[in-house]
Design a protein around this ligand. Structure first.
Ligand code: ACM
Length: 684
C-alpha cells in the first residue's frame, strides 16, 4: 500500500547522490532513509507461496519476529501466504549471533538487504539488524501492474545515532497498555529503539509500587500499570528491539507522590492530584534523611522491575517556592554553605545519583540537572534549547536532544526535520565531544491527548524525527521527506495505529450520521494552535473534560494547505502565467467559497461544532477573495487598493485562532494571491 503511483514516481528523483542513488531512479518509500541504497534491475514478486528461511543463528525471539513479519506482510498485501513444502524460500535471513537478555545502548543494528528479481536475502551481524532490515523490506513492498513486489535493490544500513527514542507522558492523560503496544509497533517500523516512559508527574503516579502502594493507590485515580503490565510492555518492546527507560520526575513535578506520602513534600499538604497543566509548587524535601530512605527503597524496587541500564529522575522545572517558604529548608541551605535553590537541587541530585548507582543504573535527567559535581556517567536530556546539549558534551557529559522534537507543540514535520542534534552549538564541538551526543528523543506530552487521538499527535510526524536520528546527516530534502512520510503513514495504519482513521470517527461523533464531506473540507485546512497556545491556566478545561472538539480531531499538519501553498508559489513565480496551476487553485478556492453554505446547517445542530461557525465563514470568505484576486490577475488589471487592503485585513483576521483554537492554514497563501494581484504585481 503506497501513496505514489507510477506517473508520480517518474517525477520524483533521489537527490541523495551521497547515499549512492542513481539520479534516474524513482524514489523508494523508505523512512528512515537507509545509509546506502543501490538500485538493481527488475523486481521481486510477493506471491502466495512467499516463505522465509532463517539460516545461521536463531532463537525463539527471532522466530517470533519472523512470524510477526509474515503476519504484517500478509496484512499489508491481503495475501494469505501458503508456502509450498520443499520450495526454496523467498526471503533468506542470516543473523550472526544471538541477542543479550537486556538490550544495550549501541548494540549492532546494521544489516544488508539484497533483492534481485529472483531472490531476497537479509544478513546482519546480530538479530537487531534483522529486526531493522525486515522493517525496510515491509516498506519496500508496493503494488505494481503485475501484483505486489519489492524493487531489486541492495541496501547497506546502520544508524547514525545509537539512542533514538520516543517519550510517552502517561501522567497528564493515562495511556492504556494496548495503545502503548501499537505505538511500540510504530516505533519499531521506523527503527526507533528507546521508549522513555514518563510515569509520574503532578497529575498521576502511574506505576504500581508494592513497597509503597499508596503511591499508585492514592496518586492515580485508579489509572496505573500493574507490575505485570509493565513487565509485559518491557518484553513486548524488547521483542521489537526497543529499550524501556522509566522516568520518575523528582524533586518537582511530583504532586502525585504526595497525595499518599505528604511527608516527602517541602510543605505540609494535604495534596490532591492536579487536573490541569503547568508548573506547580509541590516539591520534595531534599533536606530530610527520610526522603532518601524512602527513595532508596522505591528506586531499588523500580530498578529491579526495569532491566535497562539507564534510569531517568526528571529534574525539570523546580520553581523553588516551597523551599523559599520553608524556614527549615532555608536554614539547611545556609548551614551547608549553599547559595541558592539550584545548589540544593544539585545536592539532591548527587544523593539521588548515588542511590541510582548503588542499583547499578546510570542516571538520566532533564538539562536542569547539569552540574559539575555530578559524575560524568550521567546523561543530560536537553529540552530547553540545543545549547545545553553542547555545554554538557563540552563538560564531558553524554546527552540527548529533545529540544525541537516536542510533538505536543503541533509543529510541522519539516520544522522537526530541520533540527539536527549536531547542528547549532553542537556543530562547533570537537570529535570527542560530539561522540558524547548519543541521539535524541521525541516527546509526547499528554496534556491534550486521549487514547483516541494520541496516535495522530505522534504519527506520522514522529517518523521524520526517527529519520533524523537514523539516517545520514545529509538526508535533508523536504519534498522527498513529505512524499516518503505520507507513504509510510499509510503503512503504519496496518499496524493498528489510528492516526488517520480516528479523525473520521471523531468527526462523525461531532456531526452524527450526516454526510461529513463538507466538514472534512474544513478539517483538511485547519491545524491546532501551536506551542502552548492552548493554555494551561484555570480557564482551560481540566484533564477530566472530554477532548472531543475539532481541535482534538484534526491532524497537527494540514497536507491540503501545504500543497495549496506550493501551488500558489508556483503560480506567482510564473508571473501568474501558468494556466494549469491556476485551474487547480481555482478549483480549490471554489470548493472553499461554496463550503460554508453546505456546512452551516451541520455546524448549527451540534454543540461540539458550533464553535467552528466563524472558521467556516472565514474559509468561504477566503475562497471568494482568492477567486477575485485570480480574476484581477487574469485581466492584468491591478486590484484596487481599497479592495486589496480590505481583503488583506480579512486574511489577517482569518489567521488568528478563534475560540476553537484552530488556525486556517490557507489564509497565508490566499493573502499572497491577493498581494500579488495588486499594482506592483501587474507590470511584470
Ligand atoms: C519538560 O518539558 N519540562 C522536560
Amino acid at each position: 500500500m503506497k501513496l505514489m503511483r507510477s506517473s508520480f514516481l517518474v517525477s520524483l528523483f533521489f537527490s541523495l547522490m551521497s547515499v549512492g542513488m542513481a539520479q534516474s531512479q524513482p524514489q523508494l518509500n523508505l523512512m528512515p532513509m537507509p545509509a546506502s541504497v543501490q538500485p538493481g534491475a527488475g523486481q521481486f514478486a510477493i506471491s502466495q507461496s512467499f516463505s522465509v528461511a532463517v539460516t545461521g543463528f536463531h532463537d525463539a525471539a527471532l522466530d517470533r519476529e519472523v512470524q510477526r513479519f509474515q503476519t504484517q506482510l500478509s496484512r499489508q498485501t491481503g495475501i494469505p501466504f501458503r508456502p509450498k513444502p520443499g520450495a526454496s524460500p523467498a526471503l533468506e535471513i542470516h543473523a550472526g549471533h544471538g541477542r543479550e537478555a537486556v538490550q544495550k545502548l549501541g548494540e549492532d543494528e546494521s544489516y544488508e538487504l539484497t533483492i534481485t528479481d529472483s531472490a531476497a536475502k537479509l544478513t546482519a551481524p546480530a538479530p537487531l539488524g534483522v529486526l531493522r532490515g525486515l522493517q525496510t523490506f515491509l516498506q519496500l513492498v508496493e503494488i505494481t501492474p503485475t501484483g505486489f513486489a519489492v524493487p531489486a535493490v541492495t541496501i547497506k544500513d546502520q544508524p547514525r545515532f545509537a539512542w533514538r527514542g520516543l517519550m510517552f507522558d502517561v501522567s497528564r492523560h493515562f495511556i492504556p497498555v494496548d495503545v502503548l503496544k501499537r505505538n511500540l509497533d510504530g516505533m519499531a517500523a521506523v527503527k526507533m529503539n528507546v521508549m522513555h516512559w514518563h510515569l509520574s508527574d503532578d497529575q498521576g503516579f502511574r506505576a504500581e509500587s508494592k513497597v509503597f502502594p499508596k503511591l499508585h493507590e492514592m496518586g492515580s485515580a485508579g489509572q496505573f500499570y500493574t507490575q505485570d503490565e509493565m513487565r509485559d510492555i518491557i518484553a513486548y518492546a524488547h521483542d521489537r528491539g526497543i529499550r524501556v527507560i522509566p522516568e520518575f520526575d523528582m524533586p518537582g513535578h511530583s504532586t502525585a507522590w504526595f497525595v499518599g506520602h505528604p511527608e516527602l513534600a517541602s510543605a505540609p499538604g494535604p495534596y490532591k492530584l492536579e487536573r490541569r497543566g503547568g508548573i506547580f509548587d509541590a516539591t520534595m524535601d531534599p533536606t530530610r534523611e527520610e526522603t532518601y530512605k524512602f527513595l532508596e527503597k522505591f528506586i531499588a524496587e523500580m530498578t529491579r522491575l526495569f532491566p535497562d541500564a539507564y534510569f531517568h529522575i526528571g529534574g525539570d522545572e523546580v520553581n523553588g517556592k516551597q523551599w523559599d517558604s520553608n524556614p527549615k529548608i532555608q536554614a539547611f541551605i545556609h548551614a551547608h554553605g549553599m547559595k541558592n535553590n539550584q545548589d540544593l537541587q544539585a545536592y539532591f541530585n548527587q544523593r539521588l545519583q548515588k542511590i541510582v548507582a548503588r542499583n547499578h543504573k546510570l542516571m538520566v535527567g532533564w538539562d536542569e540537572i547539569l552540574n559539575p559535581d555530578l559524575p560524568k556517567t550521567i546523561v543530560i536530556q536537553s529540552w530547553r534549547g540545543q545549547d545545553s546539549l553542547a555545554a554538557a558534551a563540552k563538560q564531558g557529559y553524554s546527552g540527548l536532544l529533545s529540544y525541537g522534537y516536542y510533538l505536543d507543540l503541533m509543529w510541522s514535520a519539516s520544522r522537526h526535520y530541520a533540527i539536527d542534534p549536531m547542528s547549532d552549538a553542537a556543530a562547533t564541538l570537537s570529535p570527542e565531544e560530539k561522540s558524547r551526543i548519543l541521539g535524541g528523543e521525541s516527546c509526547q506530552w499528554a496534556e491534550w491527548v486521549t487514547p483516541e487521538n494520541v496516535d495522530s499527535h505522534i504519527w506520522p510526524r514522529n517518523a521524520v524525527i526517527a529519520e533524523r536520528l537514523w539516517s545520514p546527516q545529509n538526508v535533508t530534502d523536504v519534498a522527498s521527506m513529505y512524499a516518503r512520510m505520507n507513504a509510510v503513514s499509510l503503512d503504519l495504519e496496518w499496524l493498528g495505529l489510528t492516526h488517520r482513521s480516528a479523525r473520521m470517527h471523531m468527526l462523525h461523533r461531532m456531526a452524527g450520521p450526516a454526510d461529513i464531506s463538507a466538514l472534512r473540507v474544513l478539517a483538511d485546512v485547519v491545524e491546532p494552535v501551536k506551542d502552548y497556545g492552548r493554555g494551561d491556566d484555570t480557564s482551560a478545561p481540566d484533564f477530566d473534560a472530554p477532548l472531543t472538539y475539532m481541535i482534538d480531531a484534526v491532524y497537527p499538519e494540514s497536507d491540503t494547505a501545504r500543497q495549496f501553498s506550493g501551488l500558489v508559489q508556483t503560480f506567482l513565480q510564473s508571473g501568474a502565467k501558468d494556466p494549469a496551476t491556476e485551474a487547480q487553485i481555482r478549483s480549490q478556492l471554489t470548493t472553499w467559497r461554496d463550503n460554508d453554505a453546505k456546512l452551516h446547517p451541520l455546524l448549527e445542530q451540534s454543540s461540539l461544532l458550533q464553535e467552528d461557525e466563524p472558521l467556516s465563514q472565514n474559509l468561504s470568505a477566503l475562497g471568494a477573495a482568492g477567486l477575485q484576486a485570480l480574476d484581477y490577475l487574469d485581466q492584468s488589471q491591478p486590484a484596487p487598493d481599497a479592495w486589496k487592503s480590505q481583503q488583506l485585513a480579512l486574511v489577517e483576521q482569518a489567521k488568528k485562532p478563534g475560540p476553537a483554537g484552530l488556525l486556517l492554514m490557507v489564509a497565508a497563501p490566499v493573502g499572497q494571491l491577493i498581494d500579488g494581484s495588486g499594482g506592483a504585481k501587474s507590470t511584470p
